[in-house]
Ligand binder design. Structure first.
Ligand SMILES: Nc1ncnc2c1ncn2[C@@H]1O[C@H](COP(=O)(O)OP(=O)(O)OP(=O)(O)O)[C@@H](O)[C@H]1O
Ligand SMILES: Nc1nc2c(ncn2[C@@H]2O[C@H](COP(=O)(O)O)[C@@H](O)[C@H]2O)c(=O)[nH]1
Length: 205
């Protein structure tokens, strides 16, 4: 059976990476895809762990070679998921999680209509701004640019299967883990139905 593809999106600073990392620590069946980006590393970010950090020219060469599963300009930088980070794992039956923006999520849904998508919202715009600052990794100019973009990003929440409001962190982690579990169960039920097993069990023969 093919693996399940999960998409998680949110405005910058809403807590997406924190929630995903907490969930993946409890769930060994999901592989987190490491994206490619033309953005410069933040202090403490390591190549091939947080992102594959490459130049604009290298990113463009990958686009031209058709190597991306999805890609988009996000806050002025290129971000993208390589086909190689997704397709072989799904074919092996492994679940894969993409932490991407709404533009990438749209592209992925077109390729994989049964992907399970989650959008994370902050409890308020003030909380979002405070979290961006508290992280202490971006300049004031970057924070201002991302905060200004957040409203437009959040307007896309309705394109997703699930929405989590990340007010209390532990509740948000619990919701995300429950979505992972429920999506797998739902898929199993569909497979059983397709196999015609229930019809056979209930027949007179
Ligand atoms: N429920 C919460 N309450 C308070 N602070 C939180 C909560 N969830 C996350 N945070 C904090 O908010 C900050 C931003 O979180 P995080 O880096 O996970 O956001 P993100 O959505 O992944 O951002 P980006 O897309 O820019 O990488 C971090 O300092 C994190 O510890
Ligand atoms: N479309 C894609 N968006 C991506 C990818 N990897 C990350 N992102 C999104 O970028 C912003 C900002 O991230 P940051 O690390 O610079 O703070 C955030 O919304 C991410 O989800 C990707 O491969 N494709």
């Amino acid at each position: 059976m093919r693996g399940t593809l999960f998409i998680v999106a949110a405005p910058s600073g809403a807590g997406k990476s924190s929630i995903v990392n907490a969930c993946l620590g409890r769930d060994a069946n999901i592989a987190l895809s490491i994206s490619f980006t033309s953005r410069a590393p933040r202090p403490g970010e390591r190549h091939a762990e947080h992102y594959h950090f490459i130049s604009e020219a290298q990113f463009q060469a990958m686009i031209d070679a058709g190597e991306f599963f999805e890609h988009a300009r996000v806050h002025g930088d290129w971000k993208g998921t390589a086909r190689q980070s997704v397709e072989p794992l799904l074919a092996q039956g492994k679940d894969v999680l993409l932490e991407i923006d709404w533009q990438g999520a749209r592209q992925v849904r077109e390729r994989v209509p049964d992907a399970v998508s989650v959008f994370i919202l902050p409890p308020s715009r003030a909380a979002l701004e405070e979290r961006m600052r508290k992280r202490g990794q971006d300049s004031e100019a970057t924070i201002a640019q991302r905060f200004a973009a957040a409203r437009e990003e959040m307007s896309h929440y309705g394109e997703f299967d699930y929405v989590i409001v990340n007010e209390h962190f532990d509740n948000a982690v619990g919701d995300m883990c429950a979505i992972f579990t429920a999506s797998r169960l739902r898929k199993d039920v569909q497979v059983v139905r397709h196999a015609g097993l229930i019809t056979a069990l209930l027949s007179d023969e």
